[in-house]
Design a protein around this ligand. Structure first.
Ligand SMILES: [Zn+2]
Length: 176
């Protein structure tokens, strides 16, 4: 990797260490021509599958939508941001290394619910109730939009919404 200061190819690695639980390698490099030092990072490239919607159309996997789903469900919950990020990364890795080029939209929702169940029961109930109620929408992106609508920013409003959602789940029999 060329030196960013003088563009020399004559560089060497002076230090190398793993971070993020071994998923990133950080290398300290020194240029042997100009003596400048710089850092490079090496990480595994995630190849996320295409998302197959219920009508059979495909769309690009949107990592931000996944992130939004988590953050809306976890609004104002006392959950460490690092734990949330770890859960998110775990999902992304699982989807990336599943060996499949495609994933069904519903499977994303199911996987998110499983992670939320481990993280926080309230967030899980919020997400699951919206998920079940609106499952006919069947699209993860629509689901995130619904979550945003039924879980307003204000905490008291939010509790009301959660309660009405929980009772709302009984209206529709879900049997798949
Ligand atoms: Zn240099």
């Amino acid at each position: 990797m060329r030196c960013p200061f003088c563009h020399s190819e004559n560089t060497r690695v002076v230090d190398s260490r793993e971070s993020d639980e071994g998923e990133t390698v950080r290398r300290r490099r020194a240029c042997q021509d100009c003596d400048e030092r710089y850092t490079t990072y090496e990480r595994i490239e995630l190849r996320l599958p295409q998302v197959v919607k219920s009508d059979g159309t495909r769309e690009r996997f949107d990592e931000n939508k996944l992130r939004d789903g988590f953050s809306i469900a976890l609004q104002k919950r006392p959950i460490n941001a690092e734990r949330v990020e770890n859960a998110l990364q775990r999902l992304l890795r699982r989807f990336s290394f599943s060996g499949h080029d495609e994933i069904n939209s519903v499977d994303i929702g199911e996987a998110v619910m499983a992670e939320l169940r481990d993280l926080d029961e309230v967030a899980y109930v919020r997400f699951a109730s919206v998920y079940r109620k609106f499952q006919d929408l069947d699209e993860f992106n629509d689901l995130v939009q619904r979550l945003r609508e039924v879980l307003p920013d204000d905490a008291s409003e939010q509790n009301k919404a959660s309660l009405s959602l929980i009772s709302g789940t009984h209206k529709k029999d879900h049997s798949s």
